[in-house]
Every structure is written in structure tokens, then in C-alpha cells.
Design a protein around this ligand. Structure first.
Ligand code: UDP
Length: 476
């Protein structure tokens, strides 16, 4: 187990984007939480410090926790290939998908428990009776019992799920149920994801949020976005330097020059291209391949200057996601097989993960530079890659699955693709949006308002305050 350093972020920053009554409500919640949690540590445990939505949320939310005066800590577990193959399988199963189709065996249970026991060894002594431990996702579920044995109040938070259960979700839950059942409370992103065997009065529904001030979401001008993408070798702009960005620790960062992020024979996209963008981990359920096929299959409907940009992390950089390299290789093969005219307008891009702040700034620049952002996931627990461009006022076209239907109201704050497997419909909708500037502007404004209303950190922190209050009222 490795502890991740968390700086403290001041809650008063929220005054820059929120009306004063919301800032006051947040400050009142922070005061109550500080009193309630005095003398206790709030631990968070997950499986990666960067890459994916959970790490993204923890990076800033925990820093606000510290800023509120709550002793908040973050520990990241270590696992080997076979541990992460099991947890990736569980991830797919809880999403209702078969994943690699392999069985979950007694040996998998034993190995899963062994890896978690090794992680607890030497770290669990840092947890005191009365501390609160938030365990995130299937990777951590097997720690519930040991931490409760230590006298901690244990919450298991599940960031994934599907509205419809099936044989796959049943298999996933039958592996996890013995571990998670012993927790004191549970958190899910949507009510529909809560398994019926959990006691409803101890379950909390808390949607994720984004941080409007992070390098991922802070305001940058279109010119700065282009300059960053030019330096990164993604969009040709002729800019010689970008204005940089603020890192999480408050220092300034600059984009390093890159030349190998696009897996392309052509080099950067033209600066005047209309860009359709999907940013995702290289995970089959994000369906990068379907986006590619849908765009290429309907390319004649798009304006001549339209290009598709599929962006994900460097596959060596996300340690808990063993499937990434395979999915990227499949996309490369699909692209290589396209007719020349379509291939020249389809681009795959891998962002370096060795500098998380640079990565965040590049995602920010990409989401702002894009004319249309898409998220054609086959299932989605929530989808920060939808919330992020919405906050930036971009028009988003996304599948009507999971948490995305809580985020986008169709034709008001984005456009929903009813059947996420319908690649032709996807192409028709995307092409129609790209051709209609007025509609994109209207949807972008609706999108920003929706995120401001529901998906910023103040709401998330207040939800956590309520969770801690009810947890400690019950358990002492
Ligand atoms: N992300 C990133 N770099 C990448 C790809 C993704 O920083 O190359 C981020 C993305 O901006 C978002 C998170 O990873 O903040 C993905 O979260 P989401 O909830 O969309 O999906 P998850 O990966 O958790 O399934």
C-alpha cells in the first residue's frame, strides 16, 4: 500500500463559480464535518492514483476535505497481473458484460484475498479505532472485514453499475457479496445500481462531480488550447509556446514538446479541422471501435473538414487496467483497414501518464478545442468524460446508458443516442450536430448550466457530510 500526498484546497474558491447561498451552505457543512470528525482520520483506498474517474475525483475532493479541516488521507493498493485480471473481470460483470468470459474460481478468491492481506500488512496499523475508511470499487472490497476488525467505520463505495441486472451482474455480485456485506454503509452513483440485498437505510446515492479549478477543467482560451495541442503535436497551429497551467500543488507547469502522441502516418491535425472527440480509457465498454466504425461508415454525411480524434491514456500508464493495450491494438487494426479517404480523417492518440497535470491540461485543451464531444459507451457508471466537456460548454453526444441519462437531458443539455450499438444512428446524429453551429451553442450552454446545477464538488462534499453524520450517529 502506498500513501498519496494530498495538498489542502480552500473551499472559498467555490465563490468564483457559485452563488453566495451555495457557498454558505458548503461552509456550514464543512464546519459540521470538522466538528463531527475531530480526532478521526478519513481514509480513502483505491487501486490507482491516476487514470480513470475514481482517481480523478479523489485527487481534488480529498484536497477539499483537507481544506475543510478534516484529516483526509489516500492510500493506493498494489496488485499483480492476475489480481487486476480478476478485478477487471469483476468490473465488466458489474456492468452486465461478460468481459474476458473466464470463470471466477476458488483460486481467484484466494489470490484476491492474499493480495489484499499483503496490502493491509504493515498499513492497517495506521488506521485507529473510530477512523472512517472509504473503500472504492471491487479492488478494495476484500478489506472490509479486516478494517472493521480494527475498529474502523467502513464504507464501501461502488462507482460502477448497470440499470439492468443479468447473469453477469449476478456472477460479479456472488464473488463480491461476502466481502461488501460487512460494511457499515455503502455508496452508489445511482439508485438503480444498488443490489436488493443491502439494507436500504444504510445505502447512500452520491453522484460524482468535477472540480472547476483543476488543470482538467480550469478556464483556458481557445488560443491557449491550440498552443498546448500544437506543442503536444496533436493539432498544427504554428504556435511556439503555450501559456502553461497550474498544477495541483499550485506551481506552474508547461506542456513538453511531443511528437509521438498521435499514432498516425500524417502528423498533427490541421488547425482548421472540425474535430469530433472521444476521450476514454482504452476499455471495450467505452466502444472507441464503435465510434471509429460509425464515423467512417457515415463520413459522407460529415462536412469535408471533419476529423475524428480518439484519445486515451498511454496504455503502459494505467496499472490497474490490463485490457488497454489490446483495445488500442484493435482500434489501430480497424483504422488501418479503412479506405484511404476515411483513414486520413481518423486519428488515435495516446496521452502520456507520467505527468498527471500535463495530461489533465491536454485533456482540457482537447475538450475545449473539439467542435463535438462524443461518449458512445455501451455501459457507463457515471461518465466524467461527459461532465467535463459539458462544463466547458461543449455540445456532447452520448449513449443513453447508466449515469449519462442523469447528466444529459436530451436536446437540452446534449444529445442522447438511444441504442449505443447503433453506429449508423451515431454517425447521423454526430454529422447533424457538426453541421449546426446554432444547435451546438444552445446545447453547450444547457450543458454548462446542468453541471453547475448538479455536478460540482460542493454538492459532493455536502453529500459526504451527510453520509458521515448518519454513519457516526449509528455506529458512534
Ligand atoms: N482521462 C484522462 N486521460 C486520458 C483518458 C481519460 O485524464 O487519456 C480522464 C478523463 O478526463 C476522466 C477520467 O479519466 O476524468 C475518466 O472518467 P470516467 O468517469 O469518464 O470513466 P472511467 O474511466 O472511470 O470508467
Amino acid at each position: 500500500m502506498r500513501e498519496v500526498e494530498i495538498g489542502a484546497l480552500p473551499l472559498r474558491r467555490f465563490a468564483e463559480v457559485l452563488p453566495s447561498e451555495r457557498v454558505l451552505a458548503l461552509e456550514a457543512a464543512a464546519d459540521a464535518a470538522r466538528r463531527l470528525l475531530a480526532g478521526r482520520i478519513v481514509w480513502n483506498v483505491n487501486s490507482t492514483a491516476h487514470g480513470g474517474g475514481v482517481a480523478e475525483i479523489l485527487q481534488t475532493l480529498l484536497a477539499y476535505g483537507r481544506g475543510a479541516g478534516v484529516d483526509t488521507r489516500w492510500a493506493v493498493l498494489a496488485g499483480d497481473g492476475s489480481f487486476f485480471a480478476t478485478t477487471k473481470r469483476l468490473h465488466h460483470l458489474l456492468h452486465g458484460a461478460p468481459g474476458d468470459g473466464a470463470a471466477l474460481t476458488e483460486a481467484d478468491h484466494a489470490h484476491y484475498e492474499r493480495v489484499l492481506a499483503n496490502n493491509l500488512d504493515g498499513w492497517v496499523d495506521r488506521v485507529s479505532p473510530g477512523d472512517v475508511v472509504l473503500l472504492h470499487d471491487p479492488q478494495t472490497a476484500g478489506m472490509v472485514e479486516a478494517l472493521r476488525g480494527r475498529g474502523a467505520r467502513v464504507v464501501w463505495r461502488c462507482h460502477i453499475g448497470t440499470d439492468r441486472t443479468n447473469a453477469h451482474t449476478d456472477r460479479g455480485w456472488s464473488f463480491l457479496r461476502p466481502y461488501v456485506e460487512g460494511a457499515d454503509a455503502w455508496v452508489f452513483s445511482r439508485a438503480a445500481y444498488v443490489p436488493p440485498w443491502l439494507p436500504a437505510e444504510r445505502v447512500h446515492v452520491i453522484a460524482p462531480s468535477l472540480d472547476p479549478f483543476s488543470a482538467k477543467n480550469a478556464p483556458i482560451t481557445p488560443g491557449d488550447a491550440r498552443a498546448a495541442l500544437d506543442l503536444a503535436g496533436i493539432v498544427a497551429d504554428g504556435a511556439s509556446e503555450g501559456l502553461g497551467y497550474t498544477r495541483r500543488d499550485g506551481t506552474r507547469g508547461a506542456v513538453r514538446p511531443h511528437s509521438d502522441l498521435l499514432l498516425d502516418e500524417h502528423g498533427p491535425l490541421p488547425s482548421d479541422a472540425s474535430v469530433v472527440l472521444q476521450v476514454s480509457r482504452w476499455d471495450r465498454l467505452k466502444d472507441m471501435a464503435g465510434v471509429l466504425t460509425g464515423f467512417a461508415g457515415t463520413i459522407d454525411l460529415f462536412p469535408d473538414d471533419a476529423h475524428l480524434l480518439l484519445v486515451g491514456p498511454d496504455t503502459a500508464g494505467v496499472s490497474d487496467d490490463p485490457e488497454g493495450a489490446e483495445v488500442l491494438a484493435e482500434c489501430r487494426e480497424l483504422r488501418a483497414a479503412l479506405p484511404r479517404a476515411a483513414r486520413d480523417r481518423v486519428h488515435l492518440c495516446c496521452l502520456p501518464m507520467d505527468d498527471v497535470d500535463e495530461n489533465a491540461h491536454l485533456v482540457n485543451a482537447l475538450q475545449r478545442h473539439a467542435d463535438l464531444v462524443v461518449q458512445k459507451s455501451l455501459v457507463e457508471g457515471f461518465g466524467l468524460t461527459v461532465t467535463e466537456p459539458m462544463w466547458k460548454g461543449r455540445a456532447v453526444l452520448a449513449s443513453a446508458v447508466g449515469g449519462i441519462v442523469d447528466q444529459i437531458e436530451d436536446d437540452v443539455s446534449g444529445v442522447l443516442l438511444e441504442d449505443p450499438t447503433d453506429v449508423d444512428r451515431f454517425g447521423v446524429l454526430a454529422a447533424g450536430l457538426l453541421a449546426d453551429d446554432g444547435r451546438r451553442d444552445r446545447l453547450g450552454a444547457g450543458a454548462h448550466a446542468r453541471v453547475l446545477d448538479r455536478f460540482l464538488g460542493d454538492r459532493h462534499l455536502i453529500d459526504y457530510g451527510e453520509l458521515f453524520a448518519s454513519l457516526l450517529a449509528r455506529t458512534g
